[in-house]
Design a protein around this ligand. Structure first.
Ligand code: ZN
Length: 269
């Protein structure tokens, strides 16, 4: 069984402030330790469920050389390999080869979510809203669409209460979710102790992989229309001559294609 663990940092238990997820800040070193241990818990659960190949992909933009590079290499479980990418959604090799399941760890809610800890979509400063065929989505939706394009189902989402609700709403109530904290605001939360969160993630991963057909691969629909509302017209102007991209308002673009992956690549890279 081939399992892709796709992860972010803001949804880890004990992480509540930007300084814990921003490379170079003194609090970041503790944050990446908490993050690495939640990944290890997920790896243990996947292994217990029978996974034979586990590849972790860090999707957290921590800044500078830490971007997509926040895991602590020599503390990682020896039964996984991990990818450091240069651009988000760049690494698709493992999905292209065929993956049985994806497990999302440490996720945060989409931009504007009332009680979403560190909530944002792609960029906390440059992006305001994102829709796939008129469905408002966050990063769980982006990663799920990427996996779905290659026929891979998402079977587990972990993070705060808000992102778990967002994920179930998007992918269906059969999705296994693990809530490791409850947001009280964007920068405040009631957390489970990390040791407890890790036990729940390990158990959740094992349970989620016990039946690979509980949640179908997610396709936002064909043809695909991706709409992005940016914060500033400047972000739109540089996209106006892209194939398949239309500027529909000064701060909003629409990218249209036969399938989601083509529509995403048209404007994102
Ligand atoms: Zn992140």
């Amino acid at each position: 069984m081939r399992v892709h663990i796709i992860s972010d940092m803001e949804g880890v238990s004990g992480i509540v402030k930007w300084e814990q997820v921003s490379g170079g800040e003194s609090l970041y070193e503790e944050g990446r330790k908490l993050y690495t241990e939640e990944i290890n818990a997920c790896v243990r659960g996947a292994k217990a469920a029978g996974a034979t190949e586990i590849v972790v992909m860090d999707c957290h933009g921590a800044g500078k050389g830490w971007t997509f590079n926040s895991l602590i290499p020599d503390q990682l479980d020896p039964d996984c390999e991990w990818v450091v990418q240069d651009e988000w959604t760049e690494y698709t090799e493992f999905l292209e080869q065929g993956c049985d399941a994806a497990l999302f760890v440490g996720m945060h809610a989409r931009a504007g979510t009332e009680l979403g800890v560190l909530s944002h979509t792609v960029s906390g400063t440059n992006w305001q809203n994102l829709w796939f065929n008129d469905v408002l989505v966050g990063e769980t939706g982006i990663n799920a669409a990427l996996c779905g394009h290659f026929g891979c189902p998402v079977l587990l989402v972990t993070g705060d209460q808000a992102v778990c609700a967002e994920a179930r709403e998007l992918l269906g109530g059969a999705l296994t979710t693990v809530e490791v904290k409850r947001g009280l605001g964007r920068f405040s939360a009631r957390n489970l102790p990390p040791v407890v969160a890790r036990e729940l993630i390990q158990d959740g991963a094992k349970r989620a992989l016990s039946n690979l057909s509980t949640v179908p691969p997610w396709d936002p629909g064909r043809p695909a229309e991706i709409k992005v509302q940016y914060s500033q017209p400047r972000d739109v102007q540089k996209l106006r001559f892209r194939h398949g991209v239309e500027v529909v308002e000064p701060r909003t673009i629409v990218s249209r294609a036969d399938d989601w992956w083509t529509a995403w690549r048209q404007f994102y890279f």
